[in-house]
Design a protein around this ligand. Sequence first.
Ligand SMILES: O=C(O)CCC(=O)C(=O)O
Length: 321
Amino acid sequence: MMKSSVSSVRAIKNNANKISNRNFLDSSQFLLQPNILRHEANNKGYLFFRSLMPEEKLLSLRRQILEILYRRNLLDASSEILDGVANIDAIKQLAPETFRGNGFPLDIYLEIQKLELFQTIGHEARLFDIFRHLFEAEPFLHPKTIARVVMPHEEVHATPPHQDFIYIQGAVQTWTAWFPLGDCSRKLGSLSVLEASHELGILDVAPQFGAGGLEAILCGLDLNWAEADFKMGDVLIFNSRTVHKALPNTIPSHIRLSCDFRYQSTNDIIDPKSLEPHGPWSWEEIYSGYSNDRLKYYWKKRDFEFSEWDNSLLGTKPKIC
Ligand SMILES: O=C(O)CCC(=O)C(=O)O
């Protein structure tokens, strides 16, 4: 006879809530060993590199973005600009709608998108070298570049666990490079990655607060979350199917700044939207302040085959766990 007592019903665990028990290992030692690099990337679905990006460029981009915030009175006037200390009162007064969509006001985002250093920093040779090893082909940086400005406001939620593929589509072998513009500890909301989750296929999603508005359903899974305290220059790269999430910013006096850039092989298919700006602007507007034409419209030299968009990947399902 079937037992129906409550005690016999075992709750299905939600892997989203599992406490991290892994630190990212630094793969810098394999930078000159492409076979090992590929093997590690294929096994884990991500790689982490300490001190990969040139600090002076990151610092300069950090300053340029913080100066945009400073001009809008969103930084604490008694602190150094580079410290990124929030003017909490001024931020709290911003209308909740301004935090929907990208998670911070759109007019600020346009100014960031127009920064030449922001648009060109993803072309860094050290990043391209890694992706050349992974793809065994010439890498291509999606011009749809993303900046994140995480401010203390009740409308701002940490990015929920998700796979980038549902938003990017195109080539499965698309990889994201995520790096903070400044030191970014777990407490300030660095990224956490679900190891080997790229092997799970494309997961169902449910509505959730935070960037993208959807979370991957992780009920009944038991993979390990890996994470680290990032120093400026450290870079995390992960496959488009690797589940990742942001940790909550528990230092609300400080603003978290970061970039995500996507790379794929020039030989693979791509979704045409990956060639558009991240926001409702034209390339002409974004490029209007450039001092150098070299990297403008660089993707137009490529003759890509376009993939079909699959909207069903964004359809929500009930989360039962
Ligand atoms: O920085 C974040 O909060 C989210 C980043 C992310 O999801 C990504 O890079 O794909």
